[in-house]
Design a protein around this ligand. Structure first.
Ligand code: ADP
Length: 381
């Protein structure tokens, strides 16, 4: 009987232990499930809230997940993306390279990266940079890929603008350099018996080339300084009409244009005279360059409140409304009438930076066929 009692007690004890163990196990499973769903929720919140395009593929290379960024870019629902894919949206020039990079990586279960263009819902191509690490389970078996793609279109465009700019700048510098080289070559040939007339002409030509190159290099340096906020400005009071009356001598003696100064001769402004002259010279040179048929170029001063407004007005071809907002951007050239005008697209950018440093505004009023008026304001003295 005692034996039976003790066996019964042992049984109850082991039952209690078992129950305890079972409860612990249930609690652990519950905790694990909670942790899993918490981790899943965290992943979803992270993946759905980002602009990075995330895609998950299983070991058979079947895609099992696209985040919202894919829907936003392609205009296809996640469901459509899952059933019909997205590779048809890759730019025809990039598709073969992307697909072969992917297949090569998949063969050896390796990570891969790539850049390619993809058609967005508005029909424009966007550049994506894809980084795709391989995923492995705890037991080391291959589980597929998680790819993340970043939109690098703006970066690519900036790269392109820089490339274009370097090519334009080199071309612009090469033209006066070639002409200087030709003048020097001729001078070398006639050095023992030069006619004064020819010598005079060659020296003049060389000077013109050197002035052109200096102006280009100055523009490059100034644009760089302006971009880094390091344009040096030395402000004093001076009469603006005096600068208007004495600037741009090459244009005055060139004989193709008359510079007509209008407005208050006594108006004094507070600014850096050399820098303001630079702005004026650029506007007048532009008027002569882009409005060659405009005989008169007007330089107008007005006092508006405590600001002086200086305008340079031509009767040239004018500028299309859609190009106007970009004229003061770095490297921007409206490319009016093809490529016949040389320039770096820096003059108005530098001018805008100079005027900004004076606390003034800069702008343009122009209409095709009705000429252009470029203007800027400065504080009066
Ligand atoms: P660049 O003359 O080197 O191109 P700018 O920054 O001085 O650079 O001018 C930017 C663009 O503005 C020019 O490429 C030209 O298309 C346009 N532009 C400037 N001034 C005039 C003007 N008076 N008439 C027509 N277009 C102009």
């Amino acid at each position: 009987m005692r034996k039976l009692l003790s066996a019964n007690k042992a049984l109850r004890q082991s039952q209690t232990k078992l129950r305890k163990l079972n409860n612990e196990l249930e609690e652990r499973v519950e905790n694990r499930t909670w942790a899993l769903s918490e981790s899943e929720a965290r992943f979803r919140a992270m993946a759905e809230g980002t602009d990075i395009l995330i895609v998950v593929a299983d070991e058979t290379s079947k895609v099992i997940y696209f985040n919202k960024a894919w829907e936003r870019l392609t205009g296809r629902s996640a469901q459509t993306l899952l059933s019909s894919g997205w590779v048809d949206l890759v730019h025809p020039e990039d598709k073969d390279h992307y697909v072969s990079t992917y297949l090569n990586a998949l063969k050896d279960k390796l990570p891969f990266t790539g850049e390619f263009r993809i058609k967005s819902k508005d029909g424009e191509y966007h550049w994506l940079l894809a980084k795709v690490p391989a995923r492995f389970r705890q037991d080391g078996t291959f589980a597929g890929y998680i790819g993340s793609c970043v939109d690098i279109t703006a970066l690519k465009e900036e790269e392109q603008r820089k490339d274009d700019f370097i090519s334009i700048a080199s071309h612009e510098l090469k033209t006066p350099l070639t002409s200087l080289k030709a003048s020097l070559q001729l001078m070398t040939e006639v050095k023992n018996d030069p006619s004064p007339k020819l010598l005079h002409k060659l020296i003049r030509q060389s000077n013109v080339s050197v002035i052109k190159m200096t102006a280009l290099v100055d523009d490059l340096l100034n644009a760089n300084r302006a971009n880094e906020g390091q344009l040096h400005i030395n402000k004093l009071n001076f009469r603006i009409a005096e600068v208007l009356g004495s600037c741009c001598n090459e244009i005055r003696v060139g004989g193709n244009h008359d510079l007509i100064v209008i407005g208050d001769k006594q108006l004094e402004v507070y600014g850096d005279e050399n820098r303001i002259e630079q702005v004026l010279v650029n506007m007048v040179n532009n008027a002569a360059k882009y409005a060659p048929g405009s005989r008169n170029i007007y330089l107008i001063t007005e006092k508006i409140g405590d600001m002086a407004k200086i305008s340079v007005k031509d009767n040239g071809p004018g500028i299309d409304a859609e190009r106007i907002p970009y004229l003061f951007d770095r490297y921007y050239r409206a490319d009016y009438a093809g490529n016949q005008y040389s320039g770096l697209g820096l003059g108005l950018y530098i001018s805008a930076e100079i005027v900004k440093r004076h606390g003034g505004d800069i702008g343009v009023e122009s209409e095709p066929g009705k000429g252009s008026t470029f203007w800027f304001t400065l504080p009066v003295a």
